[in-house]
Design a protein around this ligand. Structure first.
Ligand code: SF4
Length: 143
């Protein structure tokens, strides 16, 4: 079976900043056709759960209280890329809008719920090396 990386929170793992998950029925159905490799870049980067939410602000990633977690996000992206290389995954289904996992649209750094056209740190890194990144809203082509 082809392996694909999947944001762990979409598979029901409670790794989100708020200590919850966002299980997605369609994403879980991908297990019928693919070997799913759960990943959570923010956990890989050393952040705890629950945690203060973060957003990308310019070249940095900041928590809502101002703490700089840029390094954590970078480490998490590196670890996720390493997993892609180890498993040979060429596709990743990642949670929309996350500062790590989001693709094409993420929150804009103002912590006001406003989106901007940008990728999360991990989605950006995977895309740069040619891995196809899809959000949970774009999986029809895989099912
Ligand atoms: Fe889900 Fe990605 Fe956030 Fe982890 S970093 S909780 S996988 S959206």
């Amino acid at each position: 079976m082809e392996k694909i990386l999947v944001s762990a929170c979409l598979l029901g793992i409670k790794c989100r900043y708020d200590g919850k998950s966002v299980p997605h029925e369609g994403v879980m159905r991908l297990a019928e056709k693919y070997a799913l490799v759960p990943v959570c870049p923010e956990i890989y980067g050393g952040l705890s759960t629950p945690r203060t939410p973060s957003e990308r602000v310019g070249d940095s990633v900041l928590m809502k209280d101002g703490r700089d977690v840029t390094e954590n996000y970078a480490r998490g992206a590196e670890a996720t890329l390493a997993l892609a290389e180890i498993t040979g995954a060429k596709i990743a289904v990642l949670k929309a809008k996350s500062p790590s996992c989001g693709k094409g649209a993420i929150y804009d750094g103002s912590f006001s719920g406003t989106l901007t056209a940008r990728d999360g740190v991990t989605a950006e890194k995977l895309t740069r090396v040619g891995i196809k990144v899809l959000t949970e809203n774009e999986i029809d082509e895989l099912l």
